[in-house]
Design a protein around this ligand. Structure first.
Ligand code: HPA
Length: 278
């Protein structure tokens, strides 16, 4: 159950900070990816501390700022840092970006994350267009009393990751000469990384990448009628694929190495979005 009060308070705070904002796109930047916002023309910046539903982003590598920016003429709200289920602060912090975007008339949201690769042919630094997801969190943000803001009681999930936007992202990859993988993102709650046995099981179930985020946001955005497009930065091979332990430092370092490609890709993707007249 998502409590509407902090979400409404967030909307009031953002409207008073950026009274002229009319974002068409949203983007949520995952672990270590905050720097992507630097490629956008900046129209304003608001700390999460000033947005009641978001509060302070609690994880290293997450800047905790809302950047009101523009690229290819498209007004965009960039959430520099995300809130996660594993932080244990409730769904409101996870839902707030989607609530703000939908309430302010945005059409689509671009979800990014750092993920472990379960496909042994892939290497850290690869970028993956999310084609679909598997929710292994054992929980969804839509449990509880029905709130029509988030669409119907039983939201369809046949086409969460918008086909046209995925095609536009693939085109952007070709134009920017950034190689892209495609695959299925598999989400657990975290904060533990997976065990090698879990990684083998999840690979067998269809996972190409594993992570601790994105799925609740994609579910909420889809239910609320926002178009969704998603990209995973494969920051490490998932547990057990290599004979070495995983660390957040490794995740962060690889995301930094992939940053130049991420920025090139995203700038080109915004050009494609402009052609699509999103
Ligand atoms: N597992 C889960 N989440 C992650 C990983 C991983 O291997 N890498 C980055 N986020």
């Amino acid at each position: 159950m998502i409590n509407r009060k902090p979400l409404e308070a967030s909307l009031t705070a953002v409207k008073s900070a950026f009274p002229k904002a009319k974002p068409k796109m949203g983007m949520i930047l995952g672990s270590g990816l905050s720097e992507v916002a630097e490629s956008f023309e900046q129209l304003g910046v608001l700390s999460y501390a000033k947005i009641p539903g978001l509060g302070k982003a609690g994880v290293a590598g997450h800047a905790g700022k809302l950047v009101w920016g523009k690229s290819a003429g498209i007004e965009t709200f960039i959430f520099q840092g995300r809130r996660h289920v594993y932080e244990g602060v409730g769904w409101e912090a996870v839902a707030t970006p989607l609530f703000l975007l939908k309430s302010l008339g945005a059409k689509a949201v671009f979800l990014t994350n750092a993920a472990g690769g379960t496909n042994p042919k892939w290497t850290p630094g690869n970028l993956m267009i999310i084609e679909d997801h598997i929710n292994m969190m054992g929980i969804t943000p839509l449990l509880g009393a029905h709130d029509t803001f988030w669409g119907p009681r039983f939201p369809d999930q046949s086409f969460i990751y918008d086909r046209q936007l995925r095609a536009a992202l693939a085109r952007a990859g070709r134009a920017a000469k950034v190689a892209l993988r495609k695959g299925v993102y598999f989400a657990g709650t975290g904060p533990t990384y997976e065990t090698p046995a879990e990684v083998r099981a999840w690979r067998a179930l269809g996972a190409d990448a594993v992570g601790m985020s994105t799925v609740p946001e994609a579910m909420l955005a889809n239910a609320a009628g926002l178009r969704v497009v998603g990209l995973s930065c494969i920051t490490n091979m998932a547990a057990g694929i290599l004979d070495q332990p995983l660390t957040h430092e490794e995740v962060f370092e690889t995301s930094q190495q992939a940053m130049a490609n991420m920025k090139k890709l995203i700038l080109q993707f915004w050009q494609e979005l402009a052609k699509e007249k999103i």
